[in-house]
Design a protein around this ligand. Structure first.
Ligand SMILES: CC(C)(COP(=O)(O)OP(=O)(O)OC[C@H]1O[C@@H](n2cnc3c(N)ncnc32)[C@H](O)[C@@H]1OP(=O)(O)O)[C@@H](O)C(=O)NCCC(=O)NCCS
Length: 183
């Protein structure tokens, strides 16, 4: 892609965050665990606090936010090498351009620089474009939660995926993972 830029938002960018996050929730209601109503009620301070708690990357074109990805850190110290990719969204007119990958690369670089060894995510089983994108970029399915989302009264499964990053990419998660019967 692109003529645009990708920026790690600062707390002062709460209005930008609100704009692109609400666009995502309103235009792709089936793709996210939250409903737009859940976020519409937040005060600007709450939007700002989220930017303090987690890194949020936004792509801009002509100063307008057009895509977003965030990372949620795991808090317990024994899990602090893991993070969850959240809020993934590219405006429909910019899909298939490579922008999603550019954002993912920025997020991954940031995670690697903060000691993260693996990035995890959850995606609706009925979201083939997102599943294909994640698979193409090296995420592997590690589980499935049946009936995880309630979408207009219909239960939809959720696929859990994971990817090792940086120098941890080629190392095994654990011997038990590949040899479950070994003592
Ligand atoms: C998920 C998302 C960010 C990916 O961005 P993108 O620009 O579409 O990604 P790419 O074009 O690089 O990759 C998508 C892949 O899915 C494929 N694809 C697109 N629509 C598809 C469909 N209906 N069925 C199967 N594959 C599909 C594309 O061909 C491409 O695969 P390829 O590179 O092998 O050809 C974007 O689709 C999006 O914002 N979707 C709406 C929000 C969303 O679903 N977020 C994910 C929440 S977990």
């Amino acid at each position: 892609m692109s003529d645009g830029i990708i920026k790690l938002l600062k707390p002062d960018d709460a209005e930008v965050f609100k704009k692109i996050r609400l666009e995502a929730l309103r235009s792709e209601p089936a793709a996210f665990a939250s409903r737009s109503e859940d976020w519409e009620v937040l005060s600007l301070d709450e939007w700002r606090n989220r930017l303090i708690e987690m890194p949020v990357f936004v792509a801009f074109q002509d100063d307008e936010p057009v895509a977003i990805m965030g990372l949620m850190w795991q808090k317990p110290s024994k899990m602090a090498h893991r993070a969850t990719l959240i809020m993934v969204y590219v405006r429909a007119s910019l899909r298939g351009t490579g922008l999603a990958l550019e954002l993912l690369e920025q997020v991954t670089k940031h995670a690697d620089a903060h000691g993260i060894r693996q990035i995890e995510l959850a995606v609706s089983a009925e979201n083939p474009a997102a599943r294909r994108f994640y698979e193409r970029e090296g995420f592997v399915e590690i589980g499935r939660i049946p009936g995880a989302f309630l979408q207009d009264g219909v239960e939809v499964d959720e696929i859990m995926m994971s990817r090792r990053i940086g120098s941890w990419e080629t190392r095994h998660v654990s011997e038990h993972w590949t040899q479950p019967n070994r003592r």
